[in-house]
Ligand binder design. Structure first.
Ligand code: SF4
Ligand code: SF4
Length: 460
């Protein structure tokens, strides 16, 4: 069979430059999923900073105080392992999803795609359909054109500022951020960050769009390393579609010798990456399924079976049985589950208390006028919860009577309290010159919060 592939287009111009791409609005099964997911993600992003927990912002990554609050948990720079754990989980999850479903993250959930979709939606409402937008861009400048363009960019800029302010409210308490905004009292740092994020959003979603995916995003470059013959990707069934060509609905394709592709070009018109999927799989494809919906719509009109363009994999295209959960995918799945489990276990067993003991650096020990040996320590207690707690201080391993210890201490949330302690012991009672022992710090209100820290007592 001779395929009517447009080699010239494939080699010379594998995708149109962004300035040529006028995305046609498309509805259909996959777009319903995509748009619903996009709305949910966007609403989640906007609403999350307003969610309160214990009269505080539930999710706040306070960079200034170096305190990351997520509902009832507060993390500190000492909990850096959490960040590493989240990255490991995200990496394995990404490997798993990409091996299984290709670039679905890009097509359905990536913020770049979500915001581009929103910006294009606004453009469509103001400047009209694809053909109207093309005509408007070609037309000479008139008051109508200038008004439409100005209005569009104004809305885009307002959306960008809103996005940037919302994003910043994950890092600065929203009550503080908005109250200082209304009174024009934003600090220089806040103003700069909002401007930076707003400009990035405006340029990325309004102007660069899929250029970001194609040229800037590193993921698009290395994703193919994760693909295998069973990875689900949007592909065109060339055997069924070729030879492509226009025809009337009543035409008998057996007589005309044509394949099922009616060459309506809709799959190209709707593609946000500006590619023609009929030229084969291309790395610019973000697996969004827009071309599937467009083609299915055409197939329906011509009374042909749907699925000329569909999510399929190399094995299926070669007529072989697709074995999806093979060793590679199962291994990625297992690693994702194990890393999630380990992270959950770490969070569950984490004691929200940090204790460090610093010995007096000027002298190992002192002997007072009564002949009693003194060792001095500084206890640093960091209460990592969100409430003030009393802590009891005890020692273990010094079998001598009458050790004087400080009374219970109240430590405010997020505060590192320093407590100087001098242990005075009759040196005769200790068998060795250096005795290992432990300080035990335990919360009165939450007895599970207990930390045992070892140190030494010197007598000589
Ligand atoms: S080829 Fe199809 S799936 Fe790929 S980016 Fe274009 S419209 Fe989306
Ligand atoms: S939408 Fe379908 S029928 Fe139309 S050109 Fe694309 S592949 Fe061919």
């Amino acid at each position: 069979m001779k395929f009517n592939l447009q080699e010239e287009q494939l080699i010379i111009k594998p995708y149109k430059s962004q300035t040529d791409v006028y995305v046609r609005e498309q509805h259909g099964f996959y777009q319903k999923i995509r748009r619903s997911l996009n709305w949910c993600l966007m609403l989640l992003f906007i609403a999350m900073p307003y969610v309160q927990y214990n009269n505080q912002q539930a999710v706040l990554l306070d960079v200034v105080k170096q305190e990351f609050r997520i509902f009832n948990m507060t993390f500190w720079p000492q909990d850096f392992i959490l960040l590493a754990g989240i990255f490991i989980v995200a990496a394995f999850a990404l490997f798993f999803v990409t091996t299984w479903l290709g670039r679905v993250w890009c097509g359905y959930a990536c913020p770049q795609t979500v915001w581009t979709l929103l910006f294009v939606w606004v453009e469509h409402r103001i400047e009209g359909t694809r053909n109207q937008r093309m005509a408007l861009d070609k037309a000479p400048w008139t008051l109508t054109k200038a008004t439409k363009k100005t209005f569009k960019h104004l809305i885009w800029q307002l959306m960008s500022i809103f996005t940037a302010t919302t994003f910043l409210s994950y890092f600065v308490p929203f009550s503080e951020l908005y109250s200082t905004m209304l009174t024009l009292e934003w600090s220089r740092a806040v103003t700069l960050w909002v401007l930076l994020f707003a400009i990035s959003t405006y340029i990325n979603a309004g102007w660069m769009r899929e250029h970001v995916c194609i040229h800037l995003c590193p993921y698009s470059r290395f994703q193919s390393a994760m693909f295998d013959k069973n990875t689900s990707m949007v592909s065109y069934d060339a055997k069924r579609g070729e030879n492509r060509g226009p025809r009337k609905r009543k035409d008998d394709i057996k007589e005309t010798g044509l394949g099922d592709c009616v060459d309506c070009n809709l799959c190209v018109d709707v593609c946000p990456a500006g590619i023609d999927i009929r030229n084969g799989m291309q790395y610019e494809c973000i697996n969004c399924g827009l071309c599937i919906d467009a083609c299915d719509q055409t197939m329906e009109k011509f009374n042909y079976p749907k699925g000329l363009i569909s999510y399929s994999n190399e094995s299926q295209q070669a007529g072989k049985k697709s074995k999806r959960f093979d060793l590679k995918l199962s291994a990625y799945g297992a690693l994702t589950l194990v890393s999630i489990l380990l992270l959950a276990l770490w969070i569950e067993n984490r004691v929200p208390l940090d204790v460090s003991i610093i010995r007096d650096r000027t002298a190992l020990y002192r002997v007072n006028f009564e002949g009693i040996v003194e060792n001095t320590y500084t206890l640093k207690i960091l209460n990592k919860t969100q409430v003030a707690l009393h802590f009891n201080i005890d020692v273990k391993g010094l079998n001598v009577p009458d050790i004087r210890l400080p009374k219970q201490r109240l430590v405010a949330p997020g505060i590192m309290q320093e407590i100087p302690i001098t242990l005075a012991i009759d040196g005769e009672l200790l068998a060795r010159k250096k005795t290992e022992f432990s300080f035990i710090i335990q919360s009165i209100e939450q007895p599970d919060m207990l930390i045992e820290q070892s140190t030494s007592f010197f007598t000589d």
